[in-house]
Design a protein around this ligand. Sequence first.
Ligand code: CDP
Length: 229
Amino acid sequence: MKKMVVAIDGHSSCGKSTMAKELARVTGYTYIDSGAMYRAVTLYCLEHGLFKGDAPDGENLRKALRDIHLSFQTNPETGRSETYLNGRNVEKEIRSMEVADKVSPVAAIGFVREEMVKQQQALGREKGIVMDGRDIGTVVFPNAELKLFVTASPEIRAQRRLEELTAKGESTTLEEVLHNLSKRDRIDSTRKDGPLKKAVDAIVIDNSNLSISEQNRKVLELFEEIAQK
Ligand code: CDP
C-alpha cells in the first residue's frame, strides 16, 4: 500500500482530532494536531505578556517567534502524542478556555501561519501522516491523497466540547463554549491567510448524527479505497 498524507479540516470542536487520532492508530500513521501548535504559540503569548487586550502584540510576537520551539512526544503510558513548548509539556494548558479564547487572533497573523505551515510541511515530508486543522488540505498539503472536511451543528459541537472540558475539571457553561466556537469559526473563516474553507477535492463528513464508531468506519473505508488505487 502506498504511503499517503491525510488532511482533515473543519470547524472548531467537530471531532476532527478524534477522527484523526483513530485513523492514525489503525493505519500506523503519525498524527499531528496543527491546532495544538497555534494553541502553544498563544500560551507563550499569554505567559509573556504579548497581548494588548484581546489583540496579540504583533511586533513583539514577531521577535519572540524565534524563541518558540514546538515539538510532539508520545506519552508512553497513554500512547498519545503530547505537545511541548520549549521542552515543557503543555498538553493540558493549551486546551483551556483562556487559550481557546485567544488563539484565533494569533492564528490569523500571516507570519505566525507562515512559520507553522513550514514546520507542518516538514513533519509531513515522509508521508504516512494524518494532520488536522483548518488549512491542511488547502495550504499545508494541497496534494494530500485524502482530504476530509468535517462539520457538525454548532449546538452538538458545543455540547461535545463542554463535556470534554467538564471532564478535565474546567468550569464553564454551554453558552460560553458556544460563543467561543462561533467566534473562532468566524475569525478562522474570514482571515486573509489560510482561511478555513473546504478544499475543492475534499470529502465532506457531517458527523452531527454519527457515532464515533460509525465515523471511524466511514473514514477507514475512504482511506482503504484510496490507498489501494
Ligand atoms: O479543537 P478545536 O477544533 O476547537 O481547535 P484546534 O484544532 O485546536 O485549533 C485551535 C485554533 O487554532 C483554531 O480555532 C484556529 O484559529 C487555529 N488553527 C488554524 O488557524 N489553523 C490550523 N491548521 C489549525 C488551527
